[in-house]
Design a protein around this ligand. Structure first.
Ligand SMILES: Cc1cc2nc3c(=O)[nH]c(=O)nc-3n(C[C@H](O)[C@H](O)[C@H](O)COP(=O)(O)O)c2cc1C
Length: 346
């Protein structure tokens, strides 16, 4: 099923989307192009055709004991999955609602009263999802022009919770760079965490449909050859932490998503906002990346809150900036292996 969709352009996928609406298999395919922690793709999908519902459950086999002990990162990933679907469904004229339950979410689709869609909007939505990619390079630090920054400000959620704060003043970015260097050093001193991450790094000659290709993690071939050993053995700890400092410092801006609470619901909502931001950045031609290790490191979230002046809980930090494209692209498992279709009404 992946193959049916993966060889097609945004234009061709839009044609399929407009022919049968909602095409829940196509929506599932676009959902599973969402970013996820370590690219675990921690979701299982069940489509119920008669009721127009799509049930997305966490796949318990994807649990990251050491990198994501609370499941925060995994639920954020689920939110990102849901956001891709919401974005395309809305461009098709559907109203979507999301119901959360303990193991996942159910997405429901209803034609909105003013059912009208424009092919351009659908192509843009699909194209943005196909184009979005995490970029872990050191960015070039160039300023984002005023107009673009204004668009970005308008697109982020200013409500109470979740709340996205965009930061572009250099002194705050510098402080957060130093804090991030310290947090990465601390996190990577854990052997268990390093070994877990190592399992999700794919060597150059052994591409996989899960995990992260070494070439997407390291900017040069030489570094890509080394990255797995350096993570697993914990060598170059200081150098790797310094790299994180440089990466954060090179951002044109940072996006910080805070929530009032720290529950599954907060994580899910963070994921929806995170992916919304990433898609907007992609539309604007800006690169993005995030680092779960930081948010999971002890005290990092509190120290960031103090610098930003927020008492809310930091859930994710997004680096925003300009950079060349990266070589390796994280794969995706075949849709057929995670999708189940039922024809019985619930
Ligand atoms: C919640 C979350 C946490 C992530 N944490 C990290 C991280 O710690 N380090 C990193 O390099 N990438 C991180 N990523 C990016 C994923 O590795 C990336 O989304 C995945 O490999 C799929 O690649 P893509 O975003 O290019 O499609 C994270 C993504 C999400 C959604």
């Amino acid at each position: 099923m992946n193959n049916t969709f993966s060889k097609k352009s945004a234009e061709e996928l839009a044609e399929i989307a407009m022919k049968e609406t909602p095409n829940l298999k196509l929506l599932s395919y676009l959902g599973h192009l969402a970013p996820s922690v370590h690219n675990t793709q921690p979701w299982l999908i069940e489509i119920n055709q008669p009721t127009n519902t799509l049930d997305v459950k966490l796949d318990p086999s994807k649990k990251l004991e050491h990198s994501d002990p609370t499941n925060r990162q995994t639920w954020i990933s689920l939110g990102a999955f849901a956001q891709n679907i919401v974005y395309v469904a809305e461009s098709l004229g559907f109203k979507t609602s999301i119901e959360q339950y303990s193991e996942g979410v159910i997405l429901r689709f209803k034609l909105s009263e003013k059912y009208k869609f424009s092919k351009n909007n659908i192509v843009t939505a699909i194209d943005t999802i196909l184009e979005r990619q995490t970029n872990r390079r050191v960015f070039n630090g160039a300023n984002i022009n005023q107009e673009m920054y204004k668009k970005l400000q308008q697109s982020v959620k200013k409500g109470f919770s979740p709340k996205t704060i965009l930061v572009k003043d250099r002194s705050t970015i510098d402080k957060l760079s130093l804090l991030s260097e310290k947090a990465v050093k601390l996190a990577f001193s854990s052997k268990d965490l390093r070994h877990e991450l190592n399992e999700y790094i794919n060597p150059i000659l052994r591409p996989k449909d899960i995990g992260i290709p070494a070439l997407a993690l390291a900017p040069s071939l030489l570094e890509a050859l080394w990255v797995k050993s350096s993570v697993s053995l914990g060598i170059f700890l200081n150098i790797n932490a310094r790299k994180e400092f440089k990466k954060i410092k090179s951002a044109s801006a940072l996006g910080l998503i805070f929530t009032k609470g720290d529950t599954k619901k907060d994580w899910l909502q963070t994921g929806l906002e995170y992916e919304k931001l990433c898609l907007e950045l992609t539309r604007l031609g800006l690169a993005h990346s995030t680092n779960a290790v930081l948010v999971e490191a002890p005290d990092y979230h509190k120290e960031v809150g103090e610098i930003i002046g927020s008492k809310m809980r930091l859930q994710i930090l997004v680096r925003i900036g300009y950079a060349g494209r990266i070589e390796g692209r994280s794969g995706r498992v075949p849709l057929g292996s995670i999708l189940h279709v039922t024809n019985n009404p619930i």
